[in-house]
Design a protein around this ligand. Structure first.
Ligand code: SDX
Length: 393
C-alpha cells in the first residue's frame, strides 16, 4: 500500500463530509434541522414545511409554502405507465422492494433527472415531483402487495390525509380522516425527516457523488434503510414485542437473551451509533404514542411490554454501561399500528419521512461539487503468487 490508510470500519470516527443541514449532539441528545430544535418543529410545524426547511435551508413564507405544497399536490398523481410497471409485481413483493424499483424507474419518465448538469429549475422540479410521487408510490406498493385496487390521490386533501386516503380507502368505502391520526403522522414524518450521515443518507450521497440521478440515489437509500439494523428496526421492534407477548410477556427473559453473547437476539429499538443518551425523537414519539392510544381508546398490550423493557434496560448494568437507550424505532411502530399502518409498511413510512433529508443531502453534495466517493482499504490478502494449471491443483 502506498501512503497511510486509517482503518475505521463502520466509519465510527470518520467525518465523510461537511453539512449545514442537521446538527446532532449524541452526548446531550440534541437534534436540530437547519438550527431549529426538533421539539419545536414537531409541536408547531408540518411535514411539508419541514421538508421545505431541510431542502431550501429556511422556513418558507406563506407564499413559498403554498406554492411548494400545491406543486406537490399537483404532481402526486402518478402516470399510467407507472401503473403498468406496478402491475408487473407479484402481490408477494415486499413494499420496500417495489418502492425502490418504482422510484428508480421514475428516472425513465423524467429525462431531466438523468442529466448530471441539471439547471436549478430542473433540480427543483425533480425534487417536487419526487416529494409528491413517493407517497402515492408507497401507498400503491402496499395496495399491490395486498392484491387490492389502488386509490388515486385527492387534491383537496393535505399531504398526510391524502396518504391515509390512498392507503385505507376502498372502492366500497371512503376513508374518514381523523385529525388525531393526521397529527400523529405529521409528527412521525417530521421526526424521521433527516439525521445527518446515517447509513441510508450516506448511501444517497455516495451514489449521488457518481452523478447518478436524484431518483436512483434515493432508490439506493431506500434499499439501505431496509436493513433491520437501520430503518427496518421499527418493524423488527413490533415483531419482537409480539414474540415476547406470545411467549408470556416476560420482558426480563428477553433482557437476559439480549445480554447473552452466544444468543444473536438483540433488543430491537435500543442503542444508537451516535446517541449515548436518550434519542430525543424517542422521547417525543413515546409521549405521542400515549396520546394517540388514549385518543383512539386503544389499549395495546405491547405498549406495556415496551415500557417494561425500557424500564428494565434503563436499570440493567449491561445496557447502562453500553449507554443503550430506546431509539427512534422503539415506539414509532406502536403509533403506526394504532393508526392502522400494517407492519410491513413501517419501514416504508420511515422512507416517506426521510425523503426530504435524502433530497437535501443529495442537493448539498451536488452543489458542493463533491468528488466521487471512493474509500480505500487495508489489504489483508495473499502476497503475489503464480497461476497454476488446473491439473496441478
Ligand atoms: C436507526 O445512524 C442513524 O442515525 C440511524 C437512525 C436514523 O435516524 O437514520 O437513527 C435510525 O437506524 C436507529 C437504530 C435502529 N436499529 C436498531 O434498533 C437495531 C438494534 N440496535 C443495534 O443493532 C445497535 O445499537 C445499532 C446498530 C443501532 C448501533 O450499533 P453500533 O453503534 O455499531 O454498536 P455495536 O453494535 O458495536 O454495539 C456496542 C455494544 C455491543 O456489545 P459489546 O460487543 O461492547 O459487548 O452494545 C451492544 C453490542 O452487542 N448492543 C446491544 C444492542 N445494541 C448494541 N446489545 C443488545 N441489544 C441491542 N440493541
Amino acid at each position: 500500500q502506498t501512503g497511510y490508510i486509517t482503518l475505521d470500519s463502520g466509519y465510527k470516527n470518520t467525518g465523510a463530509t461537511e453539512s449545514a443541514i442537521t446538527f446532532l449532539d449524541g452526548e446531550e441528545g440534541i437534534l436540530r434541522y437547519r438550527g431549529y430544535p426538533i421539539e419545536q418543529l414537531a409541536e408547531k410545524s408540518s411535514f411539508i414545511e419541514v421538508a421545505y426547511l431541510l431542502i431550501y435551508g429556511k422556513l418558507p413564507t406563506q407564499t413559498e409554502l403554498d406554492f411548494f405544497a400545491n406543486e406537490i399536490k399537483i404532481h402526486t398523481l402518478v402516470n399510467e405507465d407507472m401503473r403498468k410497471i406496478l402491475d408487473g409485481f407479484p402481490s408477494a413483493a415486499h413494499p420496500m422492494g417495489i418502492l425502490s424499483a418504482l422510484v428508480s424507474s421514475l428516472t425513465a419518465f423524467y429525462p431531466e433527472s438523468l442529466k448530471s448538469n441539471q439547471t436549478k429549475e430542473e433540480v427543483d422540479l425533480s425534487i417536487i415531483r419526487l416529494m409528491a410521487k413517493l407517497s402515492t408510490i408507497a401507498a400503491w406498493s402496499y395496495k399491490n402487495s395486498m392484491g387490492h385496487p389502488v386509490n388515486y390521490p385527492k387534491n383537496k386533501l393535505d399531504y398526510c390525509s391524502n396518504f391515509l386516503h390512498m392507503m385505507f380507502a376502498y372502492p366500497t368505502e371512503e376513508y374518514e380522516v381523523n385529525p388525531v391520526v393526521v397529527d400523529a403522522l405529521n409528527k412521525l414524518l417530521i421526526l424521521h425527516a433527516d439525521h445527518e450521515q446515517n447509513c441510508s443518507t450516506s448511501t444517497v450521497r455516495l451514489v449521488g457523488s457518481a452523478h447518478a440521478s436524484l431518483y436512483s440515489s434515493v432508490s439506493a437509500g431506500i434499499s439501505a434503510l431496509w436493513g433491520p439494523l437501520h430503518g427496518g428496526a421499527n418493524q423488527a421492534v413490533i415483531e419482537m414485542l409480539e414474540a415476547i407477548k406470545a411467549d408470556g410477556g416476560d420482558s426480563k427473559k428477553y433482557i437476559e437473551k439480549a445480554k447473552d453473547k452466544n444468543d444473536p437476539f438483540r433488543l430491537m429499538g435500543f442503542g444508537h451509533r451516535v446517541y449515548k443518551n436518550f434519542d430525543p425523537r424517542a422521547t417525543i414519539i413515546k409521549k405521542t404514542a400515549d396520546e394517540v392510544l388514549t385518543a383512539l381508546g386503544i389499549n395495546d398490550p405491547i405498549l406495556n411490554i415496551a415500557m417494561e423493557l425500557e424500564q428494565a434496560a434503563l436499570t440493567d448494568p449491561y445496557f447502562v454501561e453500553r449507554k443503550l437507550y430506546p431509539n427512534v424505532d422503539f415506539y414509532s411502530g406502536i403509533i403506526y399500528r394504532a393508526i392502522g399502518i400494517p407492519t410491513e409498511m413501517f419501514t416504508v413510512m420511515f422512507a416517506l419521512g426521510r425523503l426530504p433529508g435524502w433530497i437535501a443531502q443529495w442537493k448539498e453534495m451536488r452543489e458542493a461539487k463533491e468528488p466521487i466517493g471512493r474509500p480505500r482499504q487495508v489489504y489483508t490478502g495473499e502476497t503475489e503468487r503464480d497461476y497454476s494449471a488446473i491439473n496441478e491443483r
